[in-house]
Design a protein around this ligand. Structure first.
Ligand code: ATP
Ligand code: MG
Length: 245
């Protein structure tokens, strides 16, 4: 398993610098939570990692090797809205099968077996492999999205707001799934969310992003109970107000 490393990464849309000489490491097998207010550049950072947005400066490496644009090997992304990223006419089993590593020398039966194993890993009944995305609930679709990411056997998954569109009752189950996968598969994850409670629940460490930079990083308990940066305090106060509302 490989670490994902951002070193002095800058990303700009035209003259608008969104990620500003940012450095951050997702160590192998660890979940790093990335929080920060809307528009601070979290998604842009994640998209840059998987080559969806060009990097204007610095380097992004996986296991020490530069990530080239469009080369997703070892790194996978899961998005907020799994519906948008599935072909509605394709069975969920086939969507997962298409993400299996190419040239793995697996027979058709072995590929099918692997798809069923992946569905089981995310607690979807493998007998449902022939169903279309539209036949699943939002939470189930997000699980299949995770299975599809796992199919590629990544070292690190970039998860961008993967629970944000789900009902609160379903969110917890997906968060538990994320934790279980980390323990059983030791996959690393950059867990992006504006939800401080969710981030704290799944993450080994929390990184706080503000205006394109990481202003603070540390274990969840420390960041929440003894924030060092004034911006982190502002963010925590806002999260508390939300809980009280
Ligand atoms: N494709 C784009 N073209 C131009 N500007 C963009 C583009 N995508 C994002 N931006 C701008 O970049 C900034 C950061 O956006 P980004 O989506 O990375 O924020 P975020 O932290 O993920 O926010 P949220 O919590 O709302 O998801 C914003 O000012 C946004 O308007
Ligand atoms: Mg975002």
């Amino acid at each position: 398993m490989n670490a994902l490393e951002f070193r002095d990464v800058t990303v700009a849309y035209g003259s608008h610098v969104v990620v500003d000489s940012l450095s951050l490491t997702v160590p192998a097998g660890k979940i790093i939570g990335l929080v920060g207010e809307s528009g601070c550049g979290k998604s842009t950072l994640g998209r840059a990692a998987v080559g969806l947005v060009p990097v204007a400066g610095g380097s992004i490496t996986l296991g020490g090797k530069p990530i080239r644009n469009g080369s997703l090997h070892g790194l996978q992304m899961v998005f907020q809205d799994p519906y948008a990223s599935f072909d509605p006419r394709m069975s969920i089993g086939r969507s997962v099968a298409e993400a299996l590593p190419q040239g793995g020398g697996l027979s058709k039966a072995q590929r099918q077996q692997r798809v069923e194993q992946l569905l089981e890993q995310v607690s979807i009944d493998p007998a449902r492999h022939g169903e279309r995305p539209g036949q699943l609930s939002g939470g189930q679709r997000q699980r299949v999205g995770i299975a599809r990411a796992l199919a590629a056997e990544p070292s690190v998954i970039v998860a961008d707001e993967i629970t944000s569109a789900l009902d609160a009752s379903v969110q917890g189950a997906v968060l538990n799934l994320v934790r279980n996968l980390q323990t059983t598969l030791s996959v690393g994850m950059l867990f992006i969310s504006h939800n401080m409670a969710a981030v704290r629940y799944v993450s080994d460490e929390i990184a706080v992003m503000h205006e394109g930079k990481i202003v603070e990083m540390g274990p969840g308990d420390r960041v929440v109970h003894a924030p060092e940066h004034p911006y982190t305090r502002t963010l925590l106060d806002a999260a508390r107000l939300e809980l009280q509302a």
